[in-house]
Design a protein around this ligand. Structure first.
Ligand SMILES: [Zn+2]
Ligand SMILES: [Zn+2]
Length: 236
């Protein structure tokens, strides 16, 4: 298997992205920066440690938006600690969490957090479930979500599609495409095309395509349509 050395970093003027890690079944953690605004994408386990090292407490408290691709633990495992840390450190400005409609993990974490800390939450949390994939602006970036194909196993051995999105982030004429976890799909093909950076999972560990992750070959074929690409979520 190809070994990927994290963190992966891309930067064009005031627009940058840092992927602290993206390891299937373990953790993802991504920081997006546009001018002085910071955004978190898929806060898996370890996100607080990485953000604290990277931007420190003050900037952490100023974070406005979190983007979730889907509810698997390797993408949302750090949400509880993030919300709690921001409470402990007395965040005052609101935090918006964008997530695919039907993502029960995010709603459950949020509800549990509200219940446990009902008397001591210092900041407002806006839960924004994304039902329609219309573009929107958040702070100073434009966000274009798109549906992807990603499944999970049930206890009876069958699979089901999970609510899952990819996102294009646009700032200062540059586009970053992040597909999240996805099988090969047309929406990803079209959103990655001509992107300045495409971040593509190659999480399937053999060369026979399935409906959960992309093979290395599929990810590379999409990556080549972008100006630059990173392969992530490759099994270690
Ligand atoms: Zn994953
Ligand atoms: Zn997943």
């Amino acid at each position: 298997m190809t070994e990927i050395k994290y963190p992966l970093h891309w930067k064009k003027k005031d627009f940058s992205i840092k992927i602290f890690c993206s390891i299937p079944n373990i953790a993802t953690g991504i920081l997006l920066k546009a001018e002085n605004s910071h955004f978190i994408i898929d806060p898996g386990d370890g996100i607080l440690r990485d953000l604290n090292n990277e931007i420190g407490v003050k900037k952490l408290l100023e974070i406005t938006d979190v983007f979730i691709t889907h509810g698997h633990h390797d993408h949302v495992g750090g949400v509880w600690s993030l919300l709690t840390y921001l409470r402990v450190m007395q965040k005052k400005s609101p935090l918006t969490i964008h997530y695919p409609d039907g993502c029960v993990e995010i709603e459950s974490i949020y509800n549990a957090f509200k219940k446990v800390y009902s008397k001591s939450i210092t900041y407002k949390i806006n839960l924004k479930s994304i039902k329609k994939t219309n573009g929107f602006s958040s702070n100073n970036i434009t966000v274009k979500p798109f549906p992807v194909i990603h499944k999970e196993f049930l206890s009876n051995g069958k699979t089901r599609q999970v609510p899952a999105l990819g996102y294009n982030f646009v700032f200062d004429g540059k586009t970053i495409c992040y597909g999240g976890d996805t099988a090969f799909c047309e929406a990803l093909v079209s959103h990655a095309r001509n992107a300045d950076l495409a971040i593509l999972e190659a999480g399937h560990d053999d060369e026979t395509p399935d409906e959960m992750h992309m093979t290395m070959k599929e990810a590379v074929s999409i990556g080549k349509s972008a100006k630059k690409y990173f392969l992530v979520h490759v099994p270690e």
